[in-house]
Design a protein around this ligand. Structure first.
Ligand code: SDX
Length: 433
């Protein structure tokens, strides 16, 4: 990256500081502030609204134009013409696979979908009514115990094997979280099924009856996985990068990503969005909730609306909206919640508050309705987001190593006490038995 542009910080003292401005292949320029620390100055940016935490070649987002590219390929084309596993290959290796490369990739993923039988016993430690995200986080972290000694994170081949293990096993563990919550036996993966169909099979088949996957539902699930696969330096991906920057076990790092994704401001929004639509209940109650969302004193927000980066439309929501109608038509379902969602979208997009704040439906707004139509329980929505985002987390974790890893160690603006003498208020002998 050629350093051609510069910026100068001008101080009253006259000790100005010149900083390089770096340009990428697309998107905003960045001010390279790496030398500021040595000059006794930090940047201050809680929430990282104006901070580029790394250089990356994986995903590009233009929030104003509503553009999302994975390795340069527009998300709408990938969602319409590719499959989730092909998108996984593209995110991981950077190029589209040849038929032979894809066949090998698919075969490896397919043949690693089973998990160690010992792991099945881990579930017994959870209450049956545990939230599946809590179980997924715990079991994924526990995988670190199964794949720790043989794993050298500095070895590229070990990192590739880890990628295969996580990509292969996440749907299996996710489906087990659901089966455990409903008291049904775990269902083993089937190698002849596609990635999406296998997950649906493990979710809904029982020893008494094989679940027959509807091809439209299979396609919708695959598309949901594609649309959630990666999204640049979002909160959970940044969590995985930060955890991984210390050289930690990648399974533990992915568990940290799952924990961050669970939040309702992030991946938990799809579950929260459906609960909100259910709470609204009828179209005529929408204005009441729009007012709540606009009320500064009310913490309520319209779940599924707004985005830190997209200040126009979320391109994924556009594709998801089409899928939503396809699935409901195919399954001959009219969904009252969809009616509420469509009316809510219409009202919000014409309300001055949402227009001024640039709040548009995001990827989570429609995904919940499709998942509900497929028969996925609400508590499993974010689990499915986690399955999809596992490849994004791994691709960024891996990229961090290939680019040369440095531990993430932000500083702070300290506003606490200055130094003072310590005098305990606890009488000396009272702390003796
Ligand atoms: C995902 O980062 C990613 O890429 C995430 C993601 C991915 O693929 O990884 O895209 C997935 O997480 C999508 C977002 C899902 N979350 C939700 O749908 C929850 C509802 N949305 C909000 O919580 C919020 O919009 C965020 C968290 C998504 C974005 O928050 P920001 O950018 O920090 O914006 P903000 O909270 O500072 O809000 C800016 C203004 C505020 O008003 P003011 O204080 O300026 O007066 O907009 C208002 C907010 O009150 N606002 C909303 C709102 N979202 C923002 N008001 C009502 N309803 C909302 N949903």
């Amino acid at each position: 990256m050629a350093v051609e542009k510069k910026a100068t910080l001008v101080f009253d003292s006259g000790n100005n500081i010149e900083l390089p401005i770096l340009s990428g292949s697309l998107g905003e320029d960045v001010l390279d502030v790496r030398t500021l620390g040595s000059k006794g100055l930090f940047t201050y940016d809680p929430g990282y609204l104006s901070t580029a935490s790394c250089e990356s070649k994986i995903t590009f987002i233009d929030g104003n134009q509503g553009i999302l590219l994975h390795r340069g390929y527009p998300i709408a084309q990938l969602a319409k013409e590719s499959t989730y596993l092909e998108v996984c290959y593209i995110l991981l290796y950077g190029e589209t696979p040849t038929p032979e490369e894809f066949a090998t990739f698919k075969d490896i993923v397919t043949r690693h979908t089973m998990i160690h039988e010992q792991i099945s016993r881990l579930f017994q430690g959870f209450r049956r009514d545990s939230h599946p995200m809590a179980v997924l986080c715990g079991v994924t972290g526990a995988l670190a115990a199964f794949y720790h000694d043989s794993l050298d994170v500095n070895n590229e081949r070990h990192r590739e094997i880890t990628a295969f293990r996580l990509l292969s096993k996440m749907p299996t563990v996710a489906a087990m979280c659901y089966k455990y919550s409903v008291g049904q036996p775990f269902v083993y993966p089937r190698n002849e099924l596609s990635y999406a169909a296998n997950f649906l099979h493990m979710m809904f088949s029982t020893p008494c009856e094989e679940y027959v996957v509807n091809p439209v539902v299979e396609r919708a699930m695959d598309r949901i996985l594609i649309l959630h696969a990666d999204h640049e330096q979002n909160a959970s991906t940044s969590t995985v990068r930060t955890a991984g920057s210390s050289g930690a076990n990648p399974f533990a790092c992915i568990a940290a990503g799952i924990a961050s994704l669970w939040g309702p401001a992030h991946g938990g929004a799809n579950e929260a969005c459906l609960k909100m639509l259910e709470e609204i209940g009828t179209v005529d109650r929408i204005p009441e909730f729009i007012e709540k969302a606009k009320n500064k004193d009310d913490p309520f927000r319209l779940m599924g609306f707004g985005h830190r980066v997209y200040k126009n439309h979320d391109p994924r929501a556009t594709v998801m909206r089409e899928s939503c109608h396809e699935v409901l038509k195919e399954l001959n379902l009219s969904d009252e919640l969809l009616d509420i969602a469509m009316e809510l979208e219409h009202i919000a997009l014409n309300d001055p508050y949402f227009i001024e704040k640039k709040l548009y439906p995001n990827v989570d707004f429609y995904s919940g309705i499709i998942l509900k139509a497929i028969g996925i329980p609400t508590t499993m929505f974010t689990v499915i987001f986690a399955i999809a985002r596992t490849i994004g987390w791994i691709a960024h974790w891996n990229e961090m190593y290939t680019d040369g890893i440095r531990i993430a160690r932000p500083r702070q603006l300290y506003t606490g006490y200055t130094e003072r003498e310590f005098h305990s208020q606890i009488p000396k002998k009272s702390d003796k038995a």
